[in-house]
Design a protein around this ligand. Structure first.
Ligand code: AMP
Ligand code: ZN
Length: 493
């Protein structure tokens, strides 16, 4: 499969360092506020990349940090009269909560900067010993960009041109304006740790690099983040790794395009943002995913609520199709005879699988992957209307399963769409009366009722068991005892 390496500006064959395994790292958020949907796009892109690699059979180890010490966190804490640790804790939890709502898989390793100070200090000391870093009287330690001949290679920048073209921070203590802080001397009231260079805290670029080395070992297979991180963050990360351990930080660098609003990058500082939370409060996570995955991860993505409404309709088409296929398959007699239409649907399923994989193998082309899925939706709907009366159970179920599986690879969880809506809400009242259930979820209510019925039967309390069954039947459902336990299903007309 081909992946685009932003260091070489080319697609290349993915060649894992260890056969069958992929070690990947994606820079995590600075936890001082709710993340916006631009940040979420980057995390979503890598979630899908990771899921697809797993689908292809790779054993993926995924690490993502939380930047829980930073100027922004300290400023927010000062504004609110709280400690930086309190702010970081609150927004780390909120970040994780929103990632779960969005269906993003947890990383295997989630290091937090404030708990990795030792690893960072070791790396800084190594850089000083190697002649690539220098402490200054104020207590800061800087990386010397001039000491690294490869500096600028990742982002394709030349230091002399940079100096001529950009205004850079003036600082008497730096030997070069592009030198960056590995360690920052503590100012009064800031979180700090003791170090050989005085009380202070790590610089942002230092964090990721030391954590990658500690948890994944360098080089890793894939390092990712938003395109805005290429320079200086990733350039600085790779410079440190090369100078500390004489090995590149990553084999492949992957960067996501920016989510934009009215053709302008969405960012906190411009104020043109929507938080992931407010969007997920109003729209299903699956629809937001569909919207984002309709654009290739490297291209800029223009966000609008009109487009999101469009994605809601697409999601509806998709989940209705899966439900209709399942109902039709259940209602169909199993005659085992294949008609022309059955064979055509079988061929469409194979074609959708092939198109999906071919697209995703080509640098994770999710737009192509979704097109394969929706192509199968169209063919399935055609089959359902044209083959009505002679539906073939196996091929119909296979179409539904294929849609669910391919969507699952994209993190579009169709079970969320049907959760609850096939079960009547009255189950909740029935479960409250008969099973002491106190929640509001019909699926949980069904579970509670089935458990209560089971208990009653065990206790030979047939009266209660039958009353539960009758209550369920009055809602148009039947209790079906299967090998895997009892479950509810709708009565067939
Ligand atoms: P930050 O917390 O600012 O470091 O951002 C977390 C992640 O979100 C980084 O990988 C950024 O590159 C990414 N990011 C920030 N803004 C956007 C945007 N508008 N679109 C896509 N990714 C973004
Ligand atoms: Zn990073």
């Amino acid at each position: 499969m081909l992946v685009y390496n932003s260091q070489t500006h080319r697609k290349q064959e993915l060649e894992p360092i260890e056969p069958g395994k992929i070690r990947m790292y994606v820079c995590g958020p600075t936890v001082y506020d709710q993340i916006h949907i631009g940040n979420a796009r980057t995390f979503l892109s890598f979630d899908v990349i990771r899921r697809y690699l797993m689908f292809k059979g790779y054993e993926v180890t995924f690490a993502q940090n939380l930047t829980d010490v930073d100027d922004k966190i300290i400023n927010r804490a000062n504004e609110q009269g709280r400690t930086a640790a309190e702010v970081a804790e609150e927004f780390s939890n909120k970040f994780i909560e929103q990632m779960h709502r969005f269906g993003i898989l947890d990383p295997d390793i989630r290091p937090r900067a404030t708990r990795e100070i030792e690893a960072m200090q070791e790396m800084i000391q190594l850089l000083i010993d190697n002649g690539n870093a220098y402490p200054v009287p104020s207590g800061d330690v800087y990386f010397s960009v001039r000491s690294d001949h490869a500096y600028g290679v990742l982002s394709g920048r030349d230091l002399d041109q940079l100096r001529a073209g950009e205004r850079v921070e003036v600082n008497d203590e730096k030997r070069d304006p592009f030198d960056f802080a590995l360690w920052k001397a503590a100012k009064p009231g800031e979180p700090s740790w003791p170090s050989p260079w005085g009380e202070g805290r790590p610089g942002w670029h230092t964090e990721c690099c030391a954590m990658i080395h500690r948890y994944l070992g360098t080089p890793i297979d894939i390092h990712g983040g938003g395109a805005d991180l290429v320079f200086p963050h990733h350039e600085n990360e790779t410079a440190q790794a090369m100078c500390a351990w004489h090995a590149p930080l990553a084999n492949v660098w992957m960067h996501t395009g920016m989510l934009q609003i009215n053709e302008e990058k969405m960012s906190k500082s411009l104020g043109n943002f929507y938080t992931l939370k407010e969007v997920l409060d109003r729209y299903p996570a699956n629809a937001v995913r569909i919207l984002m995955l309709q654009t290739h991860y490297r291209a800029p993505l223009d966000f609008s609520f009109d487009r999101l409404e469009g994605a809601v309709s697409s999601l509806d088409r998709l989940s209705s199709c899966v439900k209709n296929l399942r109902w039709a398959a259940e209602a169909a007699p199993a005659d085992g005879k294949l008609t022309e239409a059955d064979r055509a649907l079988g061929a469409s399923i194979d074609a959708a699988n092939a198109e999906f994989t071919a697209s995703m193998d080509d640098d994770f082309n999710t737009a192509g992957g979704l097109a394969a899925v929706f192509g199968l939706v169209t063919e399935s709907n055609k089959y359902l209307s044209e083959a009505a009366g002679s539906i073939e159970t196996a091929v119909t179920l296979r179409a539904a399963d294929t849609l669910v599986e391919l969507c699952g690879v994209l993190g579009i969880d169709l079970s969320r769409e049907s959760a609850g809506d096939e079960l009547p809400a009255e189950l909740v009242t029935l479960a409250a009366e008969r099973a002491g259930y106190a929640g509001t979820n019909p699926a949980e209510a069904a579970e509670a009722l089935l458990n209560a019925r089971q208990e009653a039967r065990k206790a030979r309390d047939w009266g209660t068991a039958d009353a539960i069954r009758d209550g369920i039947a009055a809602l148009g459902l039947i209790v079906e005892d299967t090998a895997a336990g009892a479950r509810l299903r709708r009565k067939k007309d």
